[in-house]
Design a protein around this ligand. Structure first.
Ligand code: AMP
Ligand code: GLY
Length: 424
């Protein structure tokens, strides 16, 4: 098969790495890709947002299957357009991608189908939103309804902060994404992510992972896209996973099918687990980044076969194999991320680091300049270790981090702390 992967981050490097090993692959392209992906795919300079360019390229190269990594093109209807052009694609239709693209839509779907989630209401009017927020215990969660690049969630610790967040969102701080908001009860417990595939009818559970959202050690500092992750997530025991699948994922997929908008693609459930009871925080319509990196390292089955079975609606015939190993990834970011940072600094030692035992380095935001690898983004590398347990995976990932010579970068030194604390 000729396959086109869309995207350019660490998630896409992990997907490309996994797809490139497929026995049914003829040629893998990635648009636009990155210098790490170049080792396993031919990168073509077409932006993920350029659907005309992607469709023309797919036709010219006789692409049999397109895998879309990021959410924005899916929410904008890339999968619909590819399929309309006769090109098979992995990823939901724009209607399906509303599971990520509209937080209010998901909350209503949960309410209508008895799917466990926090209490909420949807608002366009600030006064009504404030009254509802005032009746909830603090902290109160205020969310822009639409996609806001991961920034549209405010956890307000005081009434004044809640009112401020409501005014600023409805006042246009997130543009159209915030013209409607969701005001929501704060859920406490332990957060984890669970990934599954759906072909519109069946749900195939993949694996769980835990992410580290804050920029600095001890979960301090600003929220980021994710500074590290590991899989499996100890909080997601078999019993909890069974509840996630039966009470959350299956009813969601069934409800989407009943609405006439079946959901096909990756279903990423953001969960809060308290006393063994999972509640849905949110859905994403794609793999997480950096969670994808650790999930791909544990998957032993052929990813391309699994993803084509998803598109072809035969997921019920798929049986997956996973390693028993733990995978843990440390994100190396440009100093200043998630705020302002400089690009262009050279990164040395990548080859030496990647030769270490049980290490895979995924590029997230790099560029090649005069034959050298330079930083070209906020999150730059996703340095991943595998091992028999969290401690070994962590030790291997940090050994690789220490072998990388990049003074302009930083990382957290405590990725995996929660899992280590549990295992004593
Ligand atoms: P999001 O940008 O939607 O991924 O949300 C960012 C983060 O906000 C989540 O990963 C949670 O840590 C937190 N969060 C969102 N909604 C809630 C909630 N209802 N209760 C507690 N934490 C929440
Ligand atoms: N790491 C969280 C996300 O990809 O949304």
């Amino acid at each position: 098969m000729n396959v086109l992967l869309v995207g350019s981050g660490g998630r896409e490097h992990a997907l490309a790495w996994s797809l490139s090993a497929s026995p049914i692959l003829t040629k893998l392209y990635c648009a636009p890709g990155n210098p790490g992906i170049e080792a396993v795919a031919e990168c073509v300079p077409i932006a993920a947002s350029d659907s005309d360019g992607l469709i023309a390229f797919a036709k010219s190269k006789k692409i049999d299957f397109v895998v879309v990594g990021p959410e924005a093109p899916l929410v904008a209807g890339l999968a619909d357009r590819l399929e309309a052009a006769g090109i098979k694609a992995l990823g939901p239709s724009a209607q399906g991608a509303r599971l990520e693209g509209s937080k209010g839509f998901v909350k209503d779907l949960c309410a209508e189908n008895g799917i466990p989630t926090g209490r909420y209401a949807r608002f366009r009017d600030a006064g009504a939103a404030k009254s509802f927020a005032d009746a909830l215990d603090l902290p109160v969660v205020i969310k822009a309804d639409g996609l806001a690049a991961g920034k549209g969630v405010i956890i307000a610790e005081s009434r004044a902060d809640a009112h401020g967040a409501i005014d600023s969102m409805l006042g246009g701080a997130f543009g159209a994404a915030g013209s409607e908001i969701v005001v929501e009860e704060f859920l406490d417990g332990e957060e984890a992510s669970f990934f599954a595939l759906s072909d519109g009818e069946h749900v195939l559970p993949l694996a769980g992972a835990q992410d580290h959202k804050r920029a600095f050690d001890f979960d301090k500092g600003p929220n980021t896209g994710g500074m590290g992750a590991y899989s499996p997530a100890p909080v997601l025991t078999d019993t909890v996973v069974a509840k996630v699948v039966e009470r959350i994922l299956k009813p969601t997929v069934a409800a989407m099918a009943r609405r006439g908008t079946p959901y096909m693609g990756v279903l990423f459930a953001g969960l809060m687990i308290k006393d063994g009871e999972p509640k849905l925080i949110e859905y994403n319509c794609r793999f997480g980044d950096p969670e994808c990196q650790v999930v791909m390292l544990r998957l032993k089955s052929d990813l391309l076969t699994v993803l084509t079975a998803t598109r072809d609606k035969v997921l019920n015939a798929v049986d997956l194999r996973w390693t028993d190993e733990v995978a843990l990834t440390v994100v190396m970011a440009s100093k200043g991320y998630p705020g302002m940072y400089a690009s262009g600094s050279e990164i040395r030692g990548l080859d030496e680091a990647s030769r270490l035992d049980g290490v895979q380095i995924f590029h997230a935001g790099t560029a090649r300049r005069d034959g050298r690898i330079v930083a070209n983004g906020g999150r730059v590398l996703s340095v991943t270790g595998t091992g028999e347990n969290v401690a070994q995976a962590q030790q291997r990932a940090y050994a690789a981090v220490d072998a990388i010579d990049w003074p302009e970068g930083f990382c957290r030194r405590d990725i995996g702390w929660r899992a280590l604390a549990r295992s004593g």
